[in-house]
Design a protein around this ligand. Structure first.
Ligand SMILES: Nc1ncnc2c1ncn2[C@@H]1O[C@H](COP(=O)(O)OP(=O)(O)OP(=O)(O)O)[C@@H](O)[C@H]1O
Ligand SMILES: [Mg+2]
Length: 259
C-alpha cells in the first residue's frame, strides 16, 4: 500500500439514466482523517455519485481506486469489503432491539457452542460506543426509544465496528434538531481523529462548512470545483452552488466556468 495514496479516488465517473447524465465525468478523492463535503442543489448528482461508491449503482465509465489500487465495486458487499460503509438517512436500524443487536445484526458473534455470544457482543458494543459517544448509557433499550443523535451513533458504531475506513453520510442531519445535529458533528470529529475518511453529503452549506476540510460542489451532474474550506468563503461556495462558477480559491471541475 502506498501511504501517500488517498483512501478513495473516484476518477472521471459517469452514469446516465435514460439519456440523462446524472453524474458526468466527476472526480473526487478522500484522505485518511479527512471530511469532504459534497454540496449542490437538489438533483445535482450527489447521492448518485456516492451510490456508485457504496455499490448501489455501477458507473457507465470511470475508475474507483482504494488505497491507490483500482477496484471493482458491483454491490454493497464489495464496498464493505473495501472498508466503505454507508450511513443511510433512514439509518436502517432494527427498531425493536437494542444497540448491541443492531451493531451485530446479520454478523452475530457466536460462542464455541454456536449459541449467540450476548455478553461479548454487549462488551464490544460498550467499547465501540464508548469511543464514539461516551455519555451513551441506554444499552438495554430498543433503539426506537433513543434520540435521533443516539440512533445515528448506533448506526455509525455498526459501520466502524467492522473496520470501515471510509464512511459515506448522505444528509445525516436532515431529520435532526439543533442539539442532535451538534451531536452528529461531535461524532464526525471523533471519527476524523480515528483516521476515518468521510464523504458528507448535504445541500445545506452551513451544515458542512465547519466540519469539512474540503468541499466539492456539483451542479447538473458535474463538478463545479473543489476547494479547501480555508481557501474559499461560504459566500463563494454558495456562488458555486447557485451559479456554477468556480472562484479563484477552488480547483475547477472539467469544463467549469471561472467566476
Ligand atoms: N434511479 C434513477 N433513475 C432515474 N433517474 C435518476 C435515478 N437516480 C437519480 N436520478 C436522477 O439523477 C439526477 C441526480 O439525482 P441525485 O439523487 O443524485 O441528486 P442529489 O444531488 O442527491 O439531490 P438531492 O439534494 O435532492 O438529494 C436527478 O436528475 C435524478 O432525477
Ligand atoms: Mg441526494
Amino acid at each position: 500500500m502506498d501511504i501517500t495514496s488517498p483512501l478513495v479516488e473516484m476518477r472521471d465517473i459517469s452514469i446516465a439514466f435514460g439519456g440523462i447524465k446524472a453524474v458526468d465525468a466527476v472526480s473526487v478523492d478522500l484522505h485518511p482523517g479527512e471530511v469532504v463535503g459534497l454540496l449542490g442543489h437538489n438533483g445535482a448528482g450527489k447521492s448518485t455519485l456516492i451510490k456508485i461508491l457504496s455499490g448501489a449503482y455501477r458507473a457507465d465509465s470511470g475508475e474507483i481506486r482504494v488505497n491507490g489500487e483500482p477496484v471493482s465495486i458491483g454491490s454493497p458487499r464489495d464496498a464493505k469489503r473495501h472498508g466503505i460503509e454507508t450511513i443511510y438517512q433512514t439509518l436502517a436500524l432494527a427498531d425493536n432491539v437494542d444497540a448491541a443487536a443492531n451493531i451485530f445484526l446479520g454478523r452475530e458473534l457466536l460462542t464455541p457452542w454456536r449459541t449467540l455470544d450476548d455478553s461479548t457482543m454487549e462488551a464490544e458494543t460498550r467499547k465501540v460506543m464508548g469511543r464514539l459517544n461516551p455519555h451513551f448509557r441506554r444499552f438495554k433499550e430498543p433503539v426506537k426509544a433513543l434520540s435521533g443523535g443516539q440512533r445515528q451513533s448506533v448506526a455509525i458504531a455498526r459501520a466502524i465496528y467492522f473496520n470501515a475506513r471510509v464512511l459515506i453520510m448522505d444528509e445525516p442531519t436532515a431529520a435532526l434538531g439543533p442539539a442532535e445535529t451538534r451531536q452528529v458533528a461531535e461524532l464526525i470529529l471523533e471519527l476524523k481523529r480515528q483516521g476515518i475518511g468521510i464523504f458528507l453529503i448535504s445541500h445545506d452549506l452551513h451544515d458542512v462548512f465547519d466540519l469539512a476540510d474540503r468541499v466539492s460542489v456539483m451542479k447538473n451532474g458535474r463538478v463545479v470545483g473543489t476547494a479547501r474550506t480555508g481557501d474559499v468563503t461560504q459566500d463563494e461556495v454558495l456562488g458555486m452552488i447557485i451559479s456554477g462558477k468556480c472562484p479563484a480559491g477552488a480547483v475547477p471541475g472539467p469544463g467549469a466556468l471561472r467566476g
